[in-house]
Design a protein around this ligand. Sequence first.
Ligand SMILES: Nc1ncnc2c1ncn2[C@@H]1O[C@H](COP(=O)(O)OP(=O)(O)OP(=O)(O)O)[C@@H](O)[C@H]1O
Length: 742
Amino acid sequence: MLDADLAHERNYVAGLYARLEELRTEKRQQLAQVRRAGAVGTMQNVSERDAFAALYEDRLAQLDAVDDRLVFGRLDLDSGEAQYIGRIGLTTDDLQRLMVDWRAPEAGHFYQATAFDRQGVRRRRHLILQGREVKAIEDDVLDADMLADDASLQGEGALLAALDSKRTGRMSDIVGTIQSEQDRIIRSSISGALVVQGGPGTGKTAVALHRAAYLLYTHRERLKTAGVLLVGPSSSFMKYIERVLPSLGETGVVMASVGRLMPGIKAVAEPEAVVAAIKGRLDMVKVVANAVANRQRIPAEDRVLDVDGRKLMLTRRQVSRARERARSTGKPHNEARLTFIKILLRELTEQMTDLVEAGSIGNNADRSYLAEDVRTARDVRIVLNLCWMPMTPEKLITELLSKPAVLAACTPSLSLRERSLLLRPAGAPWTEADVPLLDEAAELLGEMDPAAGRGLAQQEHDRARDLANAKQTLVNMGDMGVDVLISAEELADQNQERENRLTAAERATSDRTWAFGHIVVDEAQELSPMQWRLLVRRCPLKSFTIVGDIAQTSSVAGANSWQGALAPMFGDRWQLEELTVNYRTPSQIAEAAARMANAAGLVVSAPKAVREGRWAPVIDKVDHGQVVNRLVEVLPEELAALDGGLLAVIADGDLLPAATSALRAVYGRRIGNGAGSYEQDIVVISPREAKGLEFDGVVVLEPSVMLNREHGRVGDLYVAMTRPTQRLRLIAAEGIPAGIEG
Ligand SMILES: Nc1ncnc2c1ncn2[C@@H]1O[C@H](COP(=O)(O)OP(=O)(O)OP(=O)(O)O)[C@@H](O)[C@H]1O
């Protein structure tokens, strides 16, 4: 019976691939036709053809991206219908449905139906593909006399096969095996802030990514213009997850690590945790405001200014009054400066006029000439600039952090020690903790050239014009002999969609004021209050998916509770969901990590591990100074056990470079280090860099030092111990932290 079923499914799946191939061929032909038309004709013809070519290329790329494991499920419904569930929707030429997109409402039954709540499903079948070939099928029969435990795993075989597979250093999608508690979260409402709390390995990142794809599919209208932003903790993490959304057919999500949220700035990690904590506090809002106010100065005394040999007087009182009026406009610094300058120039011009007229009785001076003389006079320019200098955020924050007098003037709420911690040389690299300060400054300073704001209006205008051209494009393409298989409306929509998608992605890197339709934040527990403030500015609708584990916080600037982290920005208008099953770490390792955390006083939500592993944690106690030697000694054993899997050595402080160089001496280029090294099969990284990632095997060096070091957090060791999917080894000279050995 099963063999016959397998043969049937192979046949059906072959049909789906044949249809995919047909669609590809169609798109390739359309693309070739457009290209054959050549780059002749008017500028408009050429750019229209480019637009078409790009449209077809996009579609082709999407059809290519979903090739691997195109289909993964089948539902047999009470109605007698069989419904196949896959990465995209497919129909025949005459619109008979062949496969339903996993995000469509009816596909929800694939993830949600249980024996107790069948939702019209008689049988759920998992199709387990390798590439294009159906390797196995697995059935959940949901009819009443085969009642199963409601909480049981769905498609257990398919799930366990996915969990046991070797890690590649890049996350893959879980679309075929999403579990019902995850599916509920993925499909929950877009409005408001949704917090997804879950212990290590519960699929938070996977859920966040699938939710982004789901929201884009379900709310395409709303999100295609505004876009979705996905924020992660580090560039190595962004690299780790970069393939998931394309494999789900989505390329329109803007992905950025916290260090890349300010256009034009590539920030590094803040080296000192205490400094990050100070910069992350909300009292920095006042500090930055002070720094801006500090650039709106009143001279120490009245000034005499030389304009064409005449002496004009600029009094402190005049400057003070102009400053009050400029500030009362409520405009940002650079824009309010125009008011300030205008007032003072007018007053100085009046003085000048009086002086000139007094010197030439009976003649009226030409005010416009005099105004120009005053405006361009060197003395006037210098003093007005000194009083109210146009400012960039970079200059403002550089001065704030590098000039002791400025820092002291702007930070009355900080202690002397805190100030000395903040102080650094001008030209030091920007850090992740500086990004919200720069953003805050940009908000208060406004555009350097207020006219630049017109860029947005111009873009809107261009977009409307391009849309109007879409219909004309079709006519032109027809004239050129291109067989256009698309209606004018579709083309207009798709061009608009493409335009908007590109615009969203482009603007994310070039327009700080871009407002996203939704923001997904991963490892959200790490964010400081100032980082939250920046993110809320990027999505004024406050439509957020916030994913994290409060117990894994390692940043001192990060959060101890969701309530504490979210209250300043969201009040109590957020909803909490929890993930409770650990899909990554085998139970023996997960339990040791949870015992350690509890013994160290950390309250962890210790999710239940879905599987038992082959190995309990391996513990090596060695003499002082022998940790790295032992690492080199045991590595062959670890590599053999993993049989070609991915191994991480997680170490902190001096041990990190020591382990790297010792291993490089033996394994050469196989050793990766830090961000972007995940092509190698052995990486040496800090707990911070390991956050969010996973490996087949992990060796943790000196766990108790990781636990107790200055400014360290239990979270660091907890993160390190919960990274493996198979095997964990601890090498310690300083003792093994309580709880680990049971
Ligand atoms: N339903 C599922 N089917 C298959 N694999 C899954 C499923 N859910 C989670 N996983 C796998 O479990 C592992 C852990 O998932 P993920 O990294 O999303 O967890 P996390 O909660 O973000 O973990 P952490 O907080 O420790 O970084 C990944 O390999 C993911 O692919």
